[in-house]
Design a protein. Structure first.
Length: 462
């Protein structure tokens, strides 16, 4: 890559990336790659897989939901000579460094979560976006940082850019891309590896079927209900059985449908970013495959193998093996149908507390998705959403709220942590998106009442 092609603000990161590559090349023995099991973490791991194969290193991989002191001890106990941690590690650098030093081993941590930046480590090499002035919330994620390593090693690894962007999308950093993410997107477009289309991204054979089962967006009264999807299409003068491909060939049809849906979504209080996500550019790969892969498709596949604990598919996904992709897509489709059913059931039969809507979700695999999409498309913006699933070893809880509630004093992370701990559980996360676990013998009604009280207190304190 020529120096003048790189924006000045990214040069420190890119020269650091070249340094890390030199270090990686010099290190020998068995590598252990540990990554987060979400779409960003899995796409970072897919790229690392490709890089380590190219470097002819011997390695194995492990995926975890989050780091804790226990998980860190478990990892350090495994068999390895070099440890690579992706999409996590923030806050544990010092502990990891100390242990690696004792074991005379080395580690590399690639992360975009906030951490202490002025510490000096001896056996850990850190590549954290915040250290290079890049926001890990908007400008860089594990997938885009790992991609920087790949292209520092070999420009031909640009071919892995669909994975980089799938991770960026997974971490919700592809709407109005900036920083490192925007740079990578621009390079992929310039190289012709991806192209884009504007307007609704509907998947399926006919428009009625596609409108019914494409999610996002969740269109109240239409998504999941083919009869009303047909009625809606007829209402705006569109033939319901038209092939979906017509939509992309006929710009008038696309505009008509997109604006009718934009109005529906605006009525559901979906914000400008949400509309952009649905109607803005959708990027697809130009690589020669029999189906057209959008970044959305790859993100969904990576997310699905994480959720269903099928990360063993990763080597085949890295090769975009058609059979594996189609198998995972079937699972993703059935998860999506179950998600759509849960969302419409949330809409019909939730329970209202003074500060939140509560919904009991039967399928623990999709609970956090129900919370995210329920908040985005269904629940009024002045209420939080609490989704609970019963699992073998306890109740698992996801909370979401709109950022406007945070400015009124709401901090879901603090509330869920406090209340869960008072019931013998634990919790945490971010102010707008948090989670908790409580034992099965807890009286759920009492827990929810206490949570409601705690959130009311937060509102009063403001
Ligand atoms: Mn991430």
């Amino acid at each position: 890559m020529l120096d003048e092609e790189v924006p000045a603000e990214l040069r420190p990161l890119i020269s650091h990336s070249e340094k890390i590559i030199d270090i990686l090349e010099d290190l020998d023995g068995l590598f252990l790659v540990v990554s987060h099991n979400d779409a960003d973490g899995i796409s970072a791991a897919s790229q690392m897989f490709k890089l380590l194969v190219q470097m002819e290193k011997e390695f194995h991989m492990k995926f975890v939901k989050s780091l804790s002191s226990d998980v860190v001890s478990e990892i350090l106990d495994e068999n390895f000579d070099v440890l690579i941690i992706l999409d996590m590690g923030a806050g544990y650098e010092r502990v990891i460094d100390r242990h690696l030093k004792n074991m005379r081993k080395y580690g590399i941590i690639v992360d975009h979560h906030k951490t202490v930046l002025n510490d000096v480590y001896e056996n850990v090499y850190l590549m954290n976006s915040w250290a290079f002035g890049l926001s890990g919330d908007f400008e860089a994620c594990a997938a885009s940082l790992t991609f920087t390593l790949l292209t520092s090693y070999d420009e031909s690894l640009m071919s892995m850019v669909p994975f980089a962007l799938a991770g960026v999308l997974g971490d919700k950093q592809l709407v109005n891309p900036s920083g490192l993410n925007a740079f990578i997107l621009r390079r992929a477009l310039d190289a012709g590896i991806i192209e884009f289309r504007r307007g609704l991204l509907l998947r399926g054979n006919t428009l009625d079927e596609a409108l019914t089962y494409t999610m996002p967006p969740y269109i109240s009264g239409i998504t999941g209900n083919i009869e009303s999807a047909r009625k809606f299409l007829k209402g705006i003068g569109v033939f319901p059985e038209s092939p979906v491909e017509d939509l992309f060939e006929d710009t008038t049809l696309m505009k008509k449908l997109s604006s009718a849906i934009a109005i529906k979504l605006a009525n559901q209080e979906v914000g400008i970013d949400g509309l952009y996500e649905v109607l803005g550019p959708h990027y697809f790969f130009t690589i020669d495959t029999h189906i057209r892969y959008y970044i959305e498709d790859l993100t969904e596949i990576l997310d699905t193998i994480g959720r269903t604990r099928n990360t063993g598919y990763l080597p085949k996904i890295v090769m975009l093996d058609p059979e594996t992709i189609s198998n995972v897509s079937v699972v993703a489709m059935s998860m999506k149908r179950s998600l759509i059913e849960s969302l419409s059931s949330l809409e019909r039969s939730h329970f209202e507390y003074s500060t939140f809507w509560y919904y009991l979700c039967e399928n623990p695999n999709i609970k956090s998705l129900v919370a995210t999409f329920g908040m985005q498309y269904i629940v009024p913006k002045d209420k939080a959403l609490i989704v609970v699933s019963k699992e073998d070893d306890g109740y698992s809880i996801s909370g979401r709220c709109h950022s406007s509630l945070v400015s009124k004093g709401i901090d879901l992370s603090a509330a869920l942590k406090d209340v869960a701990e008072s019931f013998g559980g634990f919790g945490g996360g971010h102010s707008v998106a948090a989670g908790a676990r409580i034992p099965l013998n807890v009286d759920l009604g009492k827990f929810l009442n206490d949570l409601d009280k705690r959130l009311q207190e937060q509102l009063k304190q403001r």
